[in-house]
Design a protein around this ligand. Structure first.
Ligand code: ADP
Length: 401
């Protein structure tokens, strides 16, 4: 009996031990599985994080996520590029964005969760104005307050450089305002004269009527010229860009043709126009090059109507790739303070023009500049009033368009 009981106890003990070791093995396995699941979750989290970062880096805009304590927690490639790859993580918004307006906007959204988009104007000394150099820059900021999990929030900020768009808009607005102003003046003169002429007896005084008609004709010419110049500018600036018709042509023959066209004016003013261009070929759009040189030579004539002026056109090759073309005159010249503005639309040096004189549209040099830039070329001007004014064009050959 004793023998039987002790055998049963031994078996029980053995079974108990086996169960215990099985339990331990199970526990170890469970631990392994739990660990494996945890590292899988970590892996997935990490992979997920990497995927999000990859998507953010592909964004063409600067992106920052900011904790509700005002610390940077994530950035993207464009954002890091602005800060020259400095480490921004865990830095406060005040340390990162020295620009008070951006900091204020972020703080507002941290304190009062909301989402909005607006354009900020940042001063020239702002980190964000590096590309616009000495000018203000304009940035669209997109701020969003996001809930993470159950109780924490973050602010996401996207910043897009809108400087070029804002400037283009401004140029367009100025252009329309200036164009309407320039057109209104001759139109109101014409309509005033027409009213006089159509009044009773207005046409009877032939001498006065004749004078009015001549003035009206001059103003109609001016309107035509403004419209033509405006069309040319808009062609040069059209979105699709009117493709240039590039081919080689003789620069000297082109200059001779222009001189021939201007012959009546040259004779009238007793001017001397010297074509010193050697026999060489210019590769470019002949229509635009004719327009460029015509405007420069005509300007030198127009600005010196009261004194005989000598105008010289010359050209030479530079380093076998570039061509330098110069148009110079010894006339009235351009005051130093006006030089930075002469390529701007509708700009005319005030003292050269009295209201009675109608000499141009103020668009001639902006057409010249646009057409030159369309060829990948550049233009500069130097002027010592009363001594010499020289416009220098440097154009790559063949052109870079
Ligand atoms: P405009 O139609 O009035 O000639 P432009 O754009 O061609 O307009 O020229 C702008 C201004 O630059 C002119 O009004 C004139 O005051 C000045 N300018 C251009 N070329 C000369 C020059 N060769 N000599 C003196 N002034 C010039």
């Amino acid at each position: 009996m004793i023998y039987f009981v002790s055998a049963a106890a031994l078996i029980l003990l053995f079974l108990l031990q086996r169960a215990r070791s099985q339990l331990r093995a199970f526990e170890a396995k469970e631990r392994d599985i739990r660990d494996a699941l945890n590292s899988l979750a970590e892996d997935q989290k990490e992979r997920h994080g990497r995927e999000i970062q990859r998507l953010l880096d592909a964004l063409p805009y600067a992106f920052f996520s900011i904790s509700d304590h005002g610390k940077i927690i994530r950035t993207n490639l464009s954002a890091r590029a602005i800060f020259k790859n400095q480490d921004l993580i865990n830095h406060s918004i005040q340390q990162v964005f020295h620009d008070a307006p951006i900091v204020t906007e972020i703080e507002n959204v941290i304190h009062e969760p909301s989402s909005y988009r607006r354009i900020l104007r940042l001063p020239p000394n702002s980190l964000f104005s590096q590309k616009s150099k000495d000018k203000d820059s304009h940035w669209e900021i997109d701020l969003r307050s996001i809930t993470i999990g159950t109780d924490s929030r973050e602010v996401q900020l996207m910043m897009r450089d809108m400087t070029a768009n804002v400037e283009t808009d401004q140029i367009r607005q100025d252009f329309v305002a200036n164009a309407s102003h320039e057109l209104r003046t001759p139109l109101s003169i014409i309509s005033g004269y027409l009213e006089n002429l159509t009044e009773e007896d207005g046409i009877k005084n032939k001498a006065i009527a004749q004078k009015m008609l001549i003035t009206m004709d001059r103003h109609v010419d001016r309107i035509n010229q403004i419209v033509e110049h405006m069309l040319l500018i808009s062609k040069l600036e059209s979105e699709e860009g009117s493709p240039l018709k590039i081919s080689p042509f003789s620069l000297s023959i082109c200059v001779n043709d222009i001189i021939e066209r201007l012959d009546p004016l040259i004779e009238k003013q007793q001017a001397i126009v010297l074509n010193q261009v050697p026999e060489l070929e210019l590769i470019g759009d002949q229509f635009y090059w004719t327009q460029i040189l015509y405007n420069l030579i005509e300007n030198a004539l127009k600005q010196n109507a009261t004194q005989p002026v000598t105008i010289t056109i010359s050209a030479k090759k530079k380093k076998s790739r570039d061509l330098i073309i110069k148009v110079s005159d010894q006339g009235i010249g351009i005051p130093t303070r006006d030089l930075p503005f002469i390529f701007k639309r509708f700009f005319r040096v005030e003292k050269h023009h009295s209201q009675a004189q109608i000499k141009g549209t103020g668009l001639g040099l902006s057409i010249v500049k646009r057409a030159i830039e369309a060829h990948g070329a550049k233009i500069s001007v130097k002027s010592t009033p009363g001594v010499e004014t020289t416009f220098t064009i440097e154009t790559p050959q063949p052109p870079i368009c």
